[in-house]
Design a protein around this ligand. Structure first.
Ligand code: DC
Length: 229
């Protein structure tokens, strides 16, 4: 297992990916976007016209395809059976359908195994998702949970989409986020929740650099405390 594991959990649109990527760079760690795993499996199942509510069939897709998650240029590249799907996993159709995969305990167990294998292959990792501090890496030394007002998250999503050349109605974005929060928080397997020992950071009034700085300070304090103790 990696010698340093930093987990970053939190709801949709809170900025986990941006923060995790920056933190990973500072710590010289590999970055794992676990949402991309749920998305990649969802996309692969959709492309095979598999009923996403049929967990056994989706499991067959998981076992029958080759999923690759690699870090290149600070970005996680995702490939299924050798084909790059890094952009394809972000389309709204996948975002809307991914909750079926996320709710299936059997599939979550397999994806958590993949996450642990990823951790075993790197010295240091920053991993982000919903259940990284609670389920995937309960013994991680550094755990964070990011939170932000839903209005702020909807606004951030809108800005991000506009930067990517897409238009979106803020009310629709907010409604989508509320729906995803509810489905993430209320599922039985791996629900969205802070680990008991996670540091909760409210990012509503913080920019990305501010959040990352707070994390670096906490990691340094904890590391130095451990060294001197
Ligand atoms: O972070 P994201 O939007 O890319 O995540 C996509 C979906 O995957 C999201 O609806 C919740 C789910 N997910 C999960 O259940 N557990 C994780 N560790 C990461 C993501």
């Amino acid at each position: 297992m990696a010698e340093m594991i930093v987990t970053i959990d939190g709801p949709a649109g809170v900025g986990k990916s941006t923060v995790s990527r920056m933190l990973a760079k500072i710590l010289d760690a590999a970055f794992l976007d676990t949402g991309a795993m749920y998305r990649a499996l969802t996309l692969a199942a959709l492309r095979k016209n598999v009923d996403l509510t049929d967990t056994q069939k989706v499991l067959e897709v998981l076992e029958g395809c080759e999923f690759e998650f690699t870090v290149a240029d600070d970005e996680m590249r995702v490939a299924v059976d050798g084909r790059d799907v890094t952009a394809a996993i972000r389309v709204p159709e996948v975002t809307a359908a991914v909750r079926h995969v996320a709710a299936a305990g059997l599939l979550r167990d397999r994806l958590v195994e993949m996450q642990r294998r990823f951790a075993a292959g790197h010295d240091r990792i920053v991993t982000e998702g919903r259940d990284q501090g609670t389920v995937a890496f309960p013994d991680a030394a550094f755990k964070f949970f990011l939170a932000a007002d839903v209005d702020e998250r909807a606004q951030r999503r809108q800005i991000q989409l506009e930067q990517d050349g897409m238009q979106a109605d803020i009310r629709q974005l907010k409604a989508d986020i509320i729906k995803r929060d509810a489905s993430d928080e209320n599922r039985l397997a791996g629900p969205l929740a802070p680990a008991e020992d996670a540091v909760i950071i409210d990012t509503t009034h913080l920019d990305v650099a501010g959040v990352v700085q707070e994390m670096v300070d906490i990691i340094k304090r904890k590391t130095n405390g451990a060294d001197s103790g």
